[in-house]
Every structure is written in C-alpha cells, then in structure tokens.
Write a protein that binds this ligand. Structure first.
Ligand SMILES: NC(=O)C1=CN([C@@H]2O[C@H](COP(=O)(O)OP(=O)(O)OC[C@H]3O[C@@H](n4cnc5c(N)ncnc54)[C@H](OP(=O)(O)O)[C@@H]3O)[C@@H](O)[C@H]2O)C=CC1
Ligand SMILES: O=C(OP(=O)(O)O)[C@H](O)COP(=O)(O)O
Length: 341
C-alpha cells in the first residue's frame, strides 16, 4: 500500500483524500489543517488522522471535539508520497521541507511549474514522471485543455489552438471572493497563463488563451478552436471523445446548455460532492469546418477534474504501475468514474 499524506485538507485536499482512500493500492495516513473548521469535522467523520503544523493549537482542536494525532512533520515522515494541496504559493514554501525529508511530493496548479520542475497529466506524460521527486498537477483549466488537445493531437495532429476560458468567480464555499455583478477580464492582457501552462505538459502545441471571470461558482466554460493537421469529420472527432475515459459528452438530447443544468445532472447521478471529474464537452458544439477547423464548448468542474490526475500522479511518481492506461483504469474504477454521455 502506498502511504499518502494530504498536506492541506481544503477543496482539493478533501477530494484527493477520499479518492486515495478508494484506491486498492493506497491509504491515507493523515491530513493536515491549520484551523478548526467544518472540514476538520469531515476528516474526523472519515476517520483520517488529523495533523496540525502548530501543536500549540492542539487544545483549540480538542475543545472542539477534534482529536489531533500529531504535528505535520510526523505525518510527512510517515508518508511515501505527499499531496500538497495547500493554498497557491504555500507549496513553494513547503518544498524545502519535502526535500530535506527526501519525500516525493505532488504540488497543485496554484504553484508555478518551477516549484516541481515537472508538470503532469495522466494521458499526456505519465511515463515521464518516473525518477522525479516532485510533480505538479496542472490547474483545473489546464487539465481540461490538456485532455482535449492531447486527444485531438494524437488523432489528427494539432496545428494551433485558440481558446477562451470563462472562469468561475469563486468556489461555492468561498464567500469572500467575487465578482458578484461583473465580467472581469482576468487577465486583460493576452495570453492568459493557461496557454503557457499547457505548454509545460505539451511543449509543441501552438496555443493562445484568453480568460475572464464571471459570477458563478460551479465550473469553468471553455470555447476552443483548433486548426488540425489532418482532415477529419465531426463523427470521427466524436469517436475520439467517446473513446477517452476522461472526456464526457453532454449529449444534445440531454437538453443541457449550461453549467447549472450540468450540476443538476451530476447531482442526480449521485456523484460525490456533485463532482464532474471528466471534461464535459457539449456534443452539439463539436464542429468541423472545411475539414480541418475544429470548434467546441466544454465545461470543466474546477474542484474535481484534477482529482483523478493526482491519483495517477501518485502511482507514476512511485513507479508501482508502469502502464498509464492501467493506472487510469484503476483510478476511474475505484472512483466510479464512467465518463458521461
Ligand atoms: N479550488 C479549485 O478549484 C482548484 C484549486 N487548485 C489548486 O489547489 C491548491 C489548493 O487549493 P484549494 O483546495 O482550493 O485551497 P483551499 O483554501 O480550499 O484549501 C487549502 C487547505 O490548506 C490548508 N492550509 C492553509 N494554509 C496552510 C499552510 N500554511 N500550511 C498547511 N496547510 C495550510 C487549509 O487549512 P485551514 O483552513 O485549516 O487553514 C486548507 O485545508 C491551490 O494550489 C489551487 O490553486 C487547482 C485546481 C482547482
Ligand atoms: O487553478 C485554477 O484556475 P486556473 O486554471 O484558471 O488557474 C483553479 O480554478 C483555482 O483558481 P483560482 O485562483 O481562481 O482560485
């Protein structure tokens, strides 16, 4: 069993912890928090040993009825792999600690590529992880882009990509963030960071991205255009997506044309936390013009799509499963991830 510690039990950390616990070859040896909050009670409920960085806060946790197993150092020492899911920028500060302990660690998309020196996506570069001490699972938007662009590149060759990201303003529990009545160019400059970020995984892709944020909390929406090297048809593209285990199709017959309806659907499916782990490509939008021009809309659930990638990244770093397809299959099966559509 691979012993996994989750440093930072928040939006991403709590999901990764549950995903680790579901795997046949992994166990959660601990999760960490800095303060008492609802998520600390969830860790208790799930039976995950809780560690805190500052042991002087132990009485505060215990007064709230939450047992503290020890300090974060003890948790890190006991782990084979650390998933760092602390807020963006904290991972960079944690890196020297992991280095000193000689532990393998996975950072999230809020950290720069340089923090790990290797950026990861299971379908695109699983085998390149071997031998690395550190990896970074690219951000939610970049993960969504990598999946669809890599699949199209494998099938038809990608000449260039132009994509616009309409990003959710905040996560559902993030009451302090906005906007609440604006469409914010974020950034106003072009390109946004997503294109260069994608190139940390797929360096040969010619891509320019633009991004803005809007007053929603559930999912980003991407508008993607690609020029392909080989001529193809809409049906062939749909087949590529149907055969990809982490690209789902929002079928025209479902009548879903928004993030809100898609959320209702994932909820009705009984997905944990309503998570859409896969890309949600809108079937109706999939278009090929003049044989080589591809267009689509896709929904990306920001809290969820990086979760299975973290699980595959653990196996890729440890080297226990050499075949990416086998790891992806194991992860999907344990999560109950059967792509929609
Ligand atoms: N949210 C999203 O949609 C996505 C986020 N990411 C990336 O994932 C990472 C985590 O983001 P997210 O889960 O949203 O963050 P959250 O703020 O939801 O969770 C962060 C967790 O880290 C803990 N924490 C805070 N400060 C420290 C610290 N100094 N040391 C250790 N733990 C700390 C918090 O505990 P406490 O509350 O007790 O302080 C909390 O449990 C970021 O890099 C982000 O960019 C990637 C894809 C999507
Ligand atoms: O990594 C993310 O977005 P990004 O791909 O736009 O950088 C997550 O949605 C977190 O973004 P946030 O920095 O808006 O919380």
């Amino acid at each position: 069993m691979i012993k996994v510690a989750i440093n930072g039990y928040g939006t991403i950390g709590k999901r990764v912890a549950d995903a680790v616990a579901a795997q046949p070859d992994m166990e959660v040896i601990g999760v960490s928090k800095t303060s008492v909050s609802a998520e600390a009670y969830i860790a208790k409920e799930r039976g995950y040993p809780l560690y805190i960085a500052d042991l002087s806060k132990k009485p505060t946790f215990e007064k709230a009825g939450i047992e503290v197993t020890g300090d974060v150092d003890a948790m890190l020492k006991a782990a084979d792999v650390i998933v760092d899911a602390t807020p963006g920028g904290v991972g960079e500060k944690n890196r020297p600690i992991y280095e000193k302990l000689g532990k393998k660690a996975i950072f999230q998309g809020g950290e720069d590529h340089e923090v790990a020196g290797f950026s990861f996506n299971a379908h695109a570069n699983y085998n390149e992880a071997e031998g690395h001490q550190f990896a970074r699972v690219v951000s939610c938007n970049t993960t969504g882009l990598v999946r669809v662009i890599h699949a199209m590149d494998q099938a038809f060759g990608v000449e260039r990509v132009r994509a616009v990201m309409v990003r959710r303003g905040a996560d559902p529990d993030d009451v302090k963030k906005g906007p609440i009545d604006a469409i914010v160019l974020n950034p106003a400059s072009i390109p946004s960071h997503h294109g260069p970020d994608l190139q940390t995984v797929l360096p040969h892709i010619n891509i320019v991205t633009l991004a803005m944020i809007v007053p929603t909390t559930f999912m980003h929406m991407h508008s993607i255009q690609m020029d392909l090297k080989k001529e193809t048809t809409r049906d062939e593209v749909l087949k590529v997506f149907e055969n990809h285990s982490r690209i789902g199709l929002v079928r025209k017959t479902m009548g879903i044309k928004s993030n809100a309806q898609l959320r209702e659907y994932t909820q009705d499916l009984g997905r944990p936390r309503t998570d859409l782990w896969e890309n949600g490509v809108f079937e109706e939008s999939v278009s090929i013009l003049d044989g080589k021009e591809f267009y689509c809309f896709q929904a990306i659930h920001q809290e969820a799509d990086v979760v299975p990638e973290n699980i595959d990244c653990i196996r890729a770093l440890v080297g226990t499963v050499k075949d990416p397809e086998e790891s992806i299959r194991m992860t999907n099966e344990a999560l109950g991830l059967v792509a929609i559509g």
